[in-house]
Design a protein around this ligand. Structure first.
Ligand SMILES: [Zn+2]
Length: 391
């Protein structure tokens, strides 16, 4: 089966061409075969196919790669959000209320909720999602969370070191012993990544290093939550251990920025967090100009960012973080792929997975220009139209 999507008004390939980061083609076509992109080029030169889809001049972009989410959890924290909007400050410890609700939820409840979020994301153009554990904080529940996540994505992250659970208050090192010992043993087989929240109120740099090194020794690849609430040494730690990504980076020092620019660690910005916690937005313009590779992700979670919308994050990144629309779309697609060390997604080019989004708009700029408006016409994942379309 060969499918040709043709009459594409603006195609974002992410194959850099000159100074166009997005590798934009106009009047383009894409041939899909066997779940992969087989050909990309001018519509007038397109090869033949048995299934022709007319994009009617719409824009097409790669499927969003959301490299940071926490979508296996129980409960809801709407009241905490409401109180915060009324002036209360965000603190990392709020995670504990979700831990209690998650431990109390059945496996079926957690699975149904997680699958609901996956559907919600797909309908908004997200074709790859990373999912973290971190709301169990005991062996049984953490194992359940990574096992459930592995049902829907290969990008599973063990985040037993999300926060110190209440029953280990003042015994953080003992909790780290549990995380790097039997909890890691139970979770590693279902996980690709090891992560830690390196932040005051969560884990120290020394504790974080222990967690990451134990994960690496178990065959997992490192990524780090750091510098969300204040500057710290988590960025340098992430670079030291060769992390694929350091996530948050709301508060970075000049030394952090220089070190990131000289590294192959991606900085994943999470604008939904600043939006939902009323923190200042990081200056993505300055970061990109300094040479840092930036990704955008939703950080979907019930405490600090309960959006699953990559278009929303793009709109905020353009409006409040100084990114151009092209940079923001790149960061939400190719940037996310780099943050997951994936070379088969995040671009529309031969041999890439056929994951793409047809926008109900003539240009990707509309993702920021028309905030809050559903602009997804159809979504293709692994060469199959999973959202929209007639056939
Ligand atoms: Zn997170």
């Amino acid at each position: 089966m060969k499918t040709l999507i043709t009459n594409i008004g603006e195609l974002t390939t992410n194959v850099v061409s000159g100074d166009d980061l997005c590798g934009t083609l106009r009047d383009a076509a894409v041939l899909i075969e066997g779940g992969q992109i087989a050909w990309v080029g001018q519509a007038s030169y397109a090869p033949s196919a048995n299934n022709i889809v007319d994009a009617d001049g719409r824009a097409v972009i790669p499927g969003f790669v959301d490299s940071h989410s926490h979508i296996v959890f129980g409960g809801d924290r709407a009241a905490e959000f409401e109180a915060r909007m009324a002036g209360e400050k965000y603190a990392a410890g709020g995670i504990r209320s979700t831990v209690a609700a998650t431990r109390g939820a059945s496996e079926d409840e957690l699975r149904a909720r997680m699958r609901g979020f996956i559907d919600e994301m797909l309908a908004q153009g997200t074709t790859t999602v990373e999912i973290k554990s971190g709301y169990g904080l005991n062996i049984d529940t953490e194992e359940r969370l990574v096992r459930l996540a592995a049902e829907v994505t290969p990008e599973v992250t063990f985040l037993g070191a999300h926060v110190v659970p209440a029953e280990y208050a003042d015994r953080a090192d003992e909790y780290v012993d549990l995380v790097v010992g039997p909890m890691l043993d139970a979770c590693a087989a279902h996980s690709k990544w090891i992560d830690v929240f390196c932040e005051s109120g969560a884990f120290t740099v020394a504790q974080s290093r222990r967690v990451l090194e134990a994960g690496i020794a178990s065959g997992l690849m490192p990524r780090v939550h750091a510098s969300q609430l204040r500057p710290g040494d988590g960025v340098q730690l992430a670079i030291d251990v060769g992390a694929a990504s350091i996530d948050h980076g709301t508060y970075l020092t000049d030394a952090d920025v220089a070190a990131l620019a000289a590294s192959d660690t991606v900085l994943t910005l999470l604008p939904g967090v600043e939006f939902s916690t009323r923190q200042p937005y990081p200056n993505a313009r300055k970061l990109i100009d300094a040479g840092v590779t930036v990704a955008l992700a939703c950080d979907t979670n019930p405490g600090s960012s309960f959006t699953s919308s990559m278009p929303f994050c793009i709109a905020v990144a353009v409006r409040d973080m100084g990114m151009t629309p092209g940079e923001a779309v790149w960061a939400a697609t190719a940037g996310g792929a780099q943050a997951l060390r994936r070379t088969d997604i995040g671009a529309i080019a031969p041999r890439m997975r056929a994951d793409l989004v047809v926008l109900d708009a003539p240009t990707r700029v509309h993702l920021a220009y028309r905030p809050g408006v559903p602009l997804v016409d159809s979504v293709w994942k692994d060469g199959v139209r999973v959202i929209g379309g007639q056939s």
